[in-house]
Design a protein around this ligand. Sequence first.
Ligand SMILES: [Cu+2]
Length: 188
Amino acid sequence: MVVPPAVSATGTSGNASLTLQTVATLGFGPHPDWVSYLVKNPQGKWVHSTNLVVPANSLIHMTIYQYDTATGLRNPFWGEPLGTVGPAKINGKPIPILNPDLASHTFAIPELHVSVPLKGVANNAKNPCSVAPCTLAETHNTITFTFRTGKRGTFRWQCFVPCAAGFILGFGGPMQSLGYMDGLLHVV
Ligand SMILES: [Cu+2]
């Protein structure tokens, strides 16, 4: 099995930061047309990975640049941000509950009771990003939130939007592949 490279959060034990992006089509590799997450490494380079390393017993400050359009949630439950320390925000404004139709992806760590919906960009966005890595000049929503880690361990995280275009019920392919819409959170 191919495992994407591990990418560490920046910062110190106690307070660390991670920056991710989502893109509608990755544009390279064995599945260039798959939807995907990417993560910025401590050197500032975008890496095609969902294999994240964060410190234990810490606040993890997340920034997610969301470049994809909405697919919509089947279960509106996931439209509510859960498990964050303070409010999850979109473009600087708190997200109370996201209309489930507007969700493009979610960032969810079920075992840590964390789930944050990511609002898609408009279908007619002026400057859409076609392939990764997308840049801040392209149309995006910026979602920020903080969650707390506890003990060490490895926890699965994933998206709950059926965003895998071309697969049965939208849940195949990238939705069941590490490096795309599934990931691992290593709490160390
Ligand atoms: Cu997704």
